[in-house]
Design a protein around this ligand. Structure first.
Ligand SMILES: Cc1cc2nc3c(=O)[nH]c(=O)nc-3n(C[C@H](O)[C@H](O)[C@H](O)COP(=O)(O)OP(=O)(O)OC[C@H]3O[C@@H](n4cnc5c(N)ncnc54)[C@H](O)[C@@H]3O)c2cc1C
Ligand code: SF4
Length: 485
């Protein structure tokens, strides 16, 4: 008899070619904790979500008369083995994990099971992404320029195309959406639900707060519909804005549901494409999934063997304790305090806060990229190796140089001041350069440019270096010296 071993992020039966007589196994193992042989300290919301999702999924299988087992075990190998022996299972089928370290773990388990005359077969994952990695490799010898890939995907899947040309004759609308609306009020958010799995998980972890992530497919569909009804029409316009009192700013909060397979990426794209909203909203939202999400996956698998080895900028500083609450309330930087607090409390932060605040700050502060990567992995519920590592290491911390980011992306206080309301409530003075209350995003930025002049010149940004002529770099260094990051 054969059994499907379903992994933590494969919560959708339609992705399996399973018969009612097949068995399903899942061991709740705090699956993320052994990432790259390091024990991780996951955000409690990730743990609760994982438990709740699985409890609900196994229950839904059992309700349909499938024989499914949910176990909370430390060692899943020994449990699999005893289960196979008791139930006379001689073949385990696993859809190939999206995570490389999990795949490697399962290859080891396969070797051990072989010795017990139990076969472990991997089947290709054709569902988590539109393009399989094999198809990617059939088309590209190395990851192409991102824009080339986007156009390829639009054409291949015939999305927002008008025969051979893009609808409205434009591939993208990104130059026009840098808006900050001072009168913006708080975004409507989907009211958290309760599910039997969530109830069990809250009991298991003795935790009382709500969870803003779907714990079953029905909830995920309702979240998608809620986003379409309430927030899609404003998605494009304020996509790059940040507000102290708004956690979501019209973002969908769908990444977790998609990454766990509660929703398929193609299904989401098709539904959005049918909506009666402006082309700007449609294109901007669809590209996030059709382009960024897909590209990150293929980029990661292309460079998975070397992605952790590089530290191009030789950054070695530790992450400060306030990234785990220590003295976070005493932190003066309002933008950073608000963004970190949001992540610690919600296990979520929208894209621009991840990018313009957290990534910017860790890069300007020369924090060890592997530490930054680990923090992102531990803190966000949507974090998986294939998406965290390229976004954080390659894109944000420039740790492998040119491979993904064409240049180190850093910015000064200017963007934060223009695109957020953080600076009005901050103890630092956003305009001061050389005083003790100067905004750290000012002196850290100039210090970074000064330290990396050659890189800026080599990446076609000599104008950035030229601006250094207007800066008193000795004063910048003095003030940076006094600043405790
Ligand atoms: C440093 C950094 C780390 C990130 N880590 C993760 C991560 O661990 N998991 C994750 O899913 N996304 C990650 N992202 C991408 C992006 O920030 C999140 O997907 C997004 O914020 C999730 O919120 P949302 O669903 O409300 O997104 P929306 O703004 O509503 O976007 C819609 C969807 O587009 C997709 N998407 C957009 N950008 C990306 C991207 N760069 N990579 C992959 N998918 C993308 C997601 O599926 C998202 O749900 C990271 C980005 C940065 C800059
Ligand atoms: S003044 Fe500087 S530190 Fe304060 S919120 Fe603005 S950018 Fe952030």
């Amino acid at each position: 008899m054969k059994a499907y071993f379903i992994l933590y992020n494969q919560i959708n039966l339609s992705y399996f070619d399973a018969k009612i007589t097949d068995r399903f196994l899942y061991v709740h193992h705090n699956w993320k904790i052994n990432f790259n042989w390091k024990i991780l300290n996951l955000n409690i919301k990730s743990k609760i979500l994982d438990y709740a999702l699985w409890y609900n999924f196994v229950k839904s299988l059992n309700d349909k008369w499938y024989k499914a087992e949910f176990k909370v075990e430390k060692s899943f190998y020994s449990w699999i083995l005893s289960y196979c022996k008791d139930e006379k299972i001689d073949e385990i089928i696993v859809v190939k994990p999206t995570e490389n370290y999990v795949y490697e773990n399962f290859k080891n388990i396969r070797l051990k099971l072989e010795k017990e005359a139990i076969k472990l077969t991997f089947i290709e994952d054709n569902s988590s992404f539109l393009l399989s990695h094999k198809e990617f490799l059939d088309n590209y010898k190395t990851p192409p320029i991102m824009e080339v890939f986007y156009r390829f995907m639009r054409k291949k899947y015939d999305i927002l195309m008008d025969s051979w040309k893009p609808v409205w004759w434009k591939w993208n609308f990104d130059k026009e959406n840098r808006w900050f609306d001072k009168n913006h009020s708080k975004t409507e958010t989907y009211k958290s639900e309760m599910s039997i799995g969530l109830e069990k998980a809250l009991g298991f972890y003795n935790y009382k707060e709500e969870l803003n992530y779907p714990t079953d497919r029905n909830w995920a569909i309702k979240l998608l519909n809620f986003f379409i009804k309430n927030n899609l029409d404003n998605f494009w316009k304020l996509e790059d804005a940040m507000y102290e009192k708004d956690d979501y700013v019209y973002h969908s909060n769908l990444s977790t549901a998609i990454n766990f397979w509660l929703l398929s990426p193609l299904e989401v794209i098709n539904i959005i494409n049918k909506q009666d909203t402006s082309i700007n909203n449609k294109e901007w939202f669809i590209r996030q999934i059709l382009w960024w999400r897909e590209y990150m996956y293929h980029f990661f698998h292309f460079y998975k063997d070397s992605i952790y080895e590089n530290n191009f900028l030789n950054h070695k500083n530790d992450l400060p304790g306030y990234f785990w609450w220590d003295d976070l309330e005493k932190l003066w930087l309002n933008c950073l305090k608000t963004s970190v607090k949001r992540v610690l409390s919600n296990s979520y932060g929208h894209h621009i806060e991840r990018l313009m605040i957290i990534w910017n700050y860790t890069l300007l502060n020369s924090i060890n990229p592997l530490e930054v990567n680990r923090w992102f992995f531990e803190m966000y519920t949507d974090a998986f190796e294939w998406v965290v590592s390229p976004n954080v290491l390659s894109m944000s911390q420039y740790s492998d140089g040119w491979k993904l980011a064409t240049k180190p992306y850093v910015s000064s206080w200017n963007y934060i001041n223009k695109m957020s309301d953080f600076c009005t409530n901050c103890e630092y003075n956003v305009k001061n350069k050389y005083e003790t209350d100067s905004c750290p995003f000012n002196f850290l930025y100039w210090n970074f440019v000064n330290d990396n002049k050659e890189i800026f010149k080599a990446t076609r940004q000599p104008f950035v270096v030229k601006n250094l002529e207007k800066i008193d770099i000795e004063k910048i260094k003095q003030i940076k010296e006094k600043f405790k990051s």
